[in-house]
Design a protein around this ligand. Sequence first.
Ligand SMILES: Nc1ncnc2c1ncn2[C@@H]1O[C@H](COP(=O)(O)OP(=O)(O)O[C@H]2O[C@H](CO)[C@@H](O)[C@H](O)[C@H]2O)[C@@H](O)[C@H]1O
Length: 501
Amino acid sequence: MLCKEKLNIVVVASECAPFAKTGGLGDVAAALPKGLQARGHRVMVVMPRYKNYDGAIDTGVRITFNVMGNQAEVGYFHMHKNGVDTVFIDHQCYHSVADNIYAGDRHAANFRNAMLCQAAIEAVWHVPCGEDRTPYGDSDLVYMANDWHTSLLPVYLSAYYQDHGKLPYARSVFVIHNMAFQGRGPLDEFYSLQLPDHYKEHFYLDDPFGGECMNQMQAGLKFASKIIAVSAGYAWEITTDMGGWGLAPLLREQGDKLTGIVNGIDLEEWSPEYDNFLDGDGYTRYAPDASGFDGKLECKRALQRQLGLPERDDVPLLGFIGRLDHQKGVDLITDARHWLMGQDVQLVMLGSGREDLEQSLRSMENDHKDKCRCWVGFSVEMAHRITAGCDILLMPSRFEPCGLNQLYAMRYGTVPVVHAVGGLRETVRPYNPHTKEGTGWQFDEALTNKFQEAVGWALGTYREDKDTFKKIQLSGMQQDLSWGLAAERYEEKLIEAKYSW
Ligand SMILES: Nc1ncnc2c1ncn2[C@@H]1O[C@H](COP(=O)(O)OP(=O)(O)O[C@H]2O[C@H](CO)[C@@H](O)[C@H](O)[C@H]2O)[C@@H](O)[C@H]1O
């Protein structure tokens, strides 16, 4: 359904799939704009041009900004696809991190982020967009900043424009995908951001986690008209001292601005009937309903074959996909290795990140070559194939703002076992043996024994009660996990932002 009130929405993010992606932010920056566009809004995504992207045209527009005290000329590239405009900010500082987009020291990261925010604000004036090649202009305008990298957007909007009578009606919304990264730095770093002195107090934080610092996310949250966390559970968790990483008092104070909206999934990218990565190598597309079970079994066999595991239909195939860091609780899996590998199971893990965790994955595979494969690296193709081929997905995250892999898994009939935290608690309905309802299993503390217990329930059901396991798979597959509803809730908040002071 179309919204009666049309907005010009500018989504600003450091990554956006398929151009640049290191995790869930890239997926959301690609999918949410499509959902908002489908409701009738004009939507632009602004991201760095890390490299040459096929189909992105040089608009010829060049603007010089004062970025952290340096005169820097940026170019604007543009692509219009599926109704959404993507604007790529072109500058050497992005090309230099093409292979690792978050590489470099704090100064380099601040420079890239400051440039992205400044260039994004002015994109509405300068960049010809849409099929008719007209700029968005500055009415009915709402910017969406995503995570700490774009924290400066609400601040620059205020300091460089609104304090000087420009863009008086534009508003900004801050979307929190992950509070753990906030752009903290030494207090003096504030001066490099080229802001008037009286803005300093908004950056100052006496952080219980690390002492006095300047905190970019804090300033961004203060200047945004609305704050959206990526699930209701996470919106609550970040107001607690445990979950707020030093910003809980601010978020409690700004409670009336804060909401949680759980992410959806882009069904054109992540649904087994449309999935291009399931074409070839013995994989096959399948319908997300009971008629798809044969296709899913084909994918399981293909995955076993591709990874050199014994090709067995009856063995439960467990999967894990994610960044290897403290958040994702991957050490709970490696700590449970003796118990897990003592079972008649197969385990496939895909991830990259912390060196020590990469090593422990490699050593687990070495010790259990007949049962375990660990793919250390980043492969979108393998992520899709593991999601399709596995029976059970493990997500023992210590904290999880929303989580997308459990949503993808459910759509593919892969049953998630999750730590009941943040968005995982909200999106996976725990199986209830009395009503025989549910879409997965949860455990309530990030402890190895609790994790093992939950995996044990899933394995027991898989082996001994196949009908129930299938019912759980079907309940997951048939949910409406699309962006439709979430986009409508975002729209409400963006409209509220437009009318806020
Ligand atoms: N090695 C690898 N190879 C290929 N693909 C890989 C990969 N490792 C991860 N991925 C992919 O990256 C995405 C991860 O998304 P998540 O939402 O699970 O986590 P992330 O912590 O990055 O996102 C943050 O933002 C999102 C979006 O709001 C929140 O859901 C989440 O809770 C929050 O932590 C998935 O598409 C997954 O397939």
